[in-house]
Design a protein around this ligand. Structure first.
Ligand code: ATP
Length: 263
């Protein structure tokens, strides 16, 4: 499906020459260099290096406690690394505050959804654009979100907390898109969803990416994640154990045994 707003101004890549392209190797949007992140004395990330390039979907997979969420928290400013660097579009954001990181163009749709339950669907979506000037673009973006998630359009006045888990996930993703992100971080978008919603969410992730937004996707559902992503990183106890094209990881015997549950 191709949509008329496929090439929006904020989706141009850093050099301003045009919309982001898929996984061509140029245009690094995000780079982590030897990142070490702690919770008090707990050394959760022990030297994580990774990249997201223009147009890519990159996935982080790994067992519980491997450090996937901590990697996202290091990027979004909730838990600054003690060592290493995080570079976003050429700017060092290692110690940047979370609200400034959002303003620079990194949006996250969090694990556990965290929508505003007492606010309506449309109010939640508008909150996603709170750092932006009000204007016609916001209406344009709402229309874009409605086209990706028609279910939300049917429920605009419903209190968000009364929606199903899958609908709340859609709302959280829609809200993240309202920030016109230059990079979208997704933490476990399939968690707790019925299989039919899982398929739908991954379809929408592909569509958002096809419209030009690079995505860093953390997933327990390694099979779906590797089928969706261009490249992947396997995290094990705070280290990158493997990094490769998603297809190569999908075919990797160790990955198949450990993360895809194959014999
Ligand atoms: P899961 O899939 O279970 O969410 P994960 O790969 O996202 O796992 P993290 O949540 O990043 O893993 O956790 C990495 C390590 O940091 C784990 O050892 C975890 O126990 C620890 N950790 C995470 N959050 C905290 C916290 N708030 N306080 C102390 N330790 C934490």
């Amino acid at each position: 499906m191709r949509l008329p707003w496929q090439k929006l101004p904020w989706q141009k890549d850093g050099n301003g020459k045009g919309p982001a392209r898929r996984a061509t190797g140029e245009g690094v949007i995000l780079k982590l260099e030897d990142v070490h992140t702690y919770y008090g004395t707990i050394h959760a990330l022990k030297g994580v290096s990774l990249e997201v390039k223009a147009g890519e979907i990159v996935t982080l997979i790994g067992a519980n406690g491997a450090g996937k969420s901590t990697t996202l928290r290091s990027i979004n400013g909730l838990n600054h690394p003690r060592e290493g660097r995080i570079i976003f579009q050429g700017t060092d954001i290692t110690d940047t505050a979370p609200h400034d990181i959002v303003r620079m163009g990194i949006s996250q749709s969090p694990e556990g959804r965290r929508i505003f339950p007492r606010m309506s669907v449309v109010e939640n979506l508008e909150m996603g654009a709170y750092q932006r000037q009000k204007g016609p673009e916001i209406l344009e973006d709402l229309e874009r979100v409605y086209s990706l998630f028609p279910r939300l359009k049917e429920r605009l006045q419903q209190k968000a907390g009364t929606m199903s888990g899958g609908e709340q996930q859609m709302l959280a993703m829609g809200r993240a898109l309202m920030g016109r992100p230059k990079l979208l971080l997704l933490d476990e978008p399939s968690m707790g969803l019925a299989p039919i919603f899982v398929e739908k969410i991954f379809e929408i992730i592909r569509e958002i990416n096809a419209q030009g937004t690079p995505i860093l996707l953390v997933e327990q559902n390694a099979l779906m994640a590797l089928d969706t992503a261009n490249r992947g990183y396997v995290l094990e106890t705070g280290h990158v154990a493997l990094a490769d094209d998603a297809k190569a990881l999908r075919d990797n015997e160790q990955v198949r045994k450990t993360y895809l549950g194959e014999e």
